[in-house]
Design a protein around this ligand. Structure first.
Ligand SMILES: [Mg+2]
Length: 221
């Protein structure tokens, strides 16, 4: 995929962006599990990355180990959750270009909302796991674009929806779980595991390390 210089040919553009490890430098879910899970959540994560359980099952089991309240967790991440360089300028750039920017995340809604708010970015549309705080542990659930509960392929379902709506989709992500949604997109910006996955599968993508690079390339469109 080369640089596209004729935006007229592309039509309406939607940027589907991952959150943990993409918008933020670190994975906030893992940070919270490391700090607050009462149990061996990494073994559960291994089962998920090995494909033995779904992301929904992973969330149910791993976050079920977390008994902490919302306030203490938000307090914990407040000083630790930094944004990847250039993200705020990228948000402005998308707004100016009339690109629809949507964060679709396997992470949890309550911290995404707070981190965006803390960075004066509350206006960004995002879809993530809905979290309920219960004494016996967190209850985490994905609700898909059709309003039904989704146990897996949350990101892919949104990418498919946007594709069917006729958007030219720019995908930005960092993880293995981004690959199926990225493959439904027209242009991929990839870093870390997603970049490796794309390279292994021979999928064309643009590597990036910060959002300034993404902005600079999209400026050429
Ligand atoms: Mg990620």
């Amino acid at each position: 995929m080369g640089v596209i210089t004729d935006l007229e040919k592309i039509g309406k553009v939607l940027v589907q962006c991952d959150f943990d490890g993409t918008v933020t430098e670190k994975d906030i879910s893992f940070m919270l599990l490391d700090a607050f899970a009462n149990g061996d959540w990494r073994t559960v994560n291994k089962q998920y990355t090995d494909g033995k359980i779904t992301v929904g099952q992973f969330n149910e089991q791993a976050f079920g180990m977390v008994k902490a309240g919302k306030k203490i967790m938000l307090e914990y991440i407040k000083t630790k959750a930094s944004l990847r360089n250039g993200f705020k300028d990228f948000v402005n750039f998308c707004a100016n270009k009339d690109f629809r920017l949507v964060i679709i995340s396997n992470g949890l809604d309550f911290y995404i909302k707070q981190i965006l708010k803390d960075n004066d970015l509350s206006g960004i549309e995002f879809h993530a796991a809905e979290t309920r705080f219960q004494p016996r542990g967190l209850r985490v659930q994905y609700i898909g674009p059709d309003g039904n509960v989704v146990d897996r392929a949350f990101k892919d379902k949104y990418a498919k929806l946007y594709f069917d709506e006729g958007y030219y989709i720019v995908y930005i992500g960092n993880g293995t779980s981004d690959l199926p949604a990225a493959m439904l997109s027209h242009h991929i910006f990839a870093t870390e595991s997603l970049l490796l996955n794309c390279q292994q599968h021979g999928i064309t993508c643009t590597p990036f390390t910060d959002f300034t690079e993404v902005t600079n390339l999209l400026k050429l469109w």
